[in-house]
Design a protein around this ligand. Structure first.
Ligand code: 13P
Length: 288
């Protein structure tokens, strides 16, 4: 099956009370691991690509070519969306032209009127081409220059204004943060999430910063309309840990252990296990 928009998979997830994982890709191993996990778990999946990761992989065309090639060569039959994560206005348009099936336009750092205008334009451009669109209200916090900020909490009225533009899914800050959560993290603001759900109706909601959120909070968020959960840092951590172990145990010095395919294998396998674990928690296993 070729790439699909995230619309159908998220609307079904929203109706049936589970969430589809967005897992960010960085290279070939990451992509192959996530697709393999989705196929084995018989789960729909969203491959997230930040603009930085796309640049690292040499550009949007390479990403599209690699992912489409893998869908074919790995005989992937589960629904897969290729999604731009936290895209700029220009980035979102360029991804649509390159063949992505879904984009996020993150206008949360603009004043709300400008966010609305720009989101509207991306929605029109994407809708004409059958591409799903994620918009964001209330910037999601994270670590910047070593300073950990508390995640912003979105204004439900602004969420409604953006949801009404015809976006497919909406990311709203509810105290979530990208990267590791600090020890004194206050947790997710479920009251605000509930207000956002009440005001936006059946709109699939997106939870960013999915790494390190306790399972009970994930389940509560899903029960309040979250249908897409983004995970990146957790997979980077397990990949790094497995790779470090391989080197620290001196395995690269035994026989042909220096072969890059051997060095990257333990991390690759940990990504598969990590993705499947998340799919079980999110409830998307066997929902393809
Ligand atoms: P984490 O890196 O905290 O898992 O967040 C991922 C994310 O939200 C990507 O948009």
């Amino acid at each position: 099956m070729g790439l699909v928009s995230a619309k159908d998979m998220l609307e079904t997830a929203r109706k049936e009370g589970y969430a589809v994982g967005q897992f960010n890709i960085n290279n070939l191993e990451w992509t192959k691991a996530i697709l393999t996990a989705a196929q084995e778990a018989n789960s729909p999946v969203i491959l997230g690509v930040s603009e930085g990761a796309a640049r690292y992989m040499t550009g949007f065309d390479t990403v599209v070519g690699m992912v489409e090639g893998m869908l074919k060569n790995l005989d992937i039959t589960v629904p897969v969306a290729l999604h731009l994560d936290h895209g700029s206005f220009e980035g979102a348009k360029a991804c649509i032209e390159a063949g992505f099936s879904s984009v996020m336009f993150d206008g949360s750092h603009y004043p709300i009127d400008e966010n609305i205008e720009k989101t509207k334009e991306i929605v029109k451009y994407a809708n004409e081409r059958g591409i799903s669109v994620e918009a964001e209200v209330g910037a999601i916090g994270g670590e910047e220059d070593g300073v950990v900020g508390t995640g912003e909490v979105a204004d439900p009225q602004e969420c409604k204004q953006i949801a009404d533009l015809g976006v497919t899914m909406l990311a709203a800050g509810i105290g979530n943060i990208h990267g590791k959560y600090p020890d004194n993290w206050q947790g997710l603001s479920f009251d605000v999430l509930k207000e956002i759900q009440d005001i936006t109706g059946q709109m699939p909601l997106v939870l960013h910063g999915g790494s390190g959120i306790p399972t009970d909070m994930i389940k509560e968020a899903i029960s309040l309309g979250v249908s897409k959960i983004n995970v990146n840092t957790e997979l980077q951590l397990v990949f790094a840990e497995a790779t470090r172990k391989y080197i620290e145990e001196g395995k690269d010095k035994v026989g042909k252990g220096f072969d890059p395919r051997k060095i990257l294998k333990p991390g690759y396998e940990r990504i598969i296990a990590g993705v499947k674990e998340k799919m079980d928690i999110f409830g998307s296993t066997n929902k393809a």
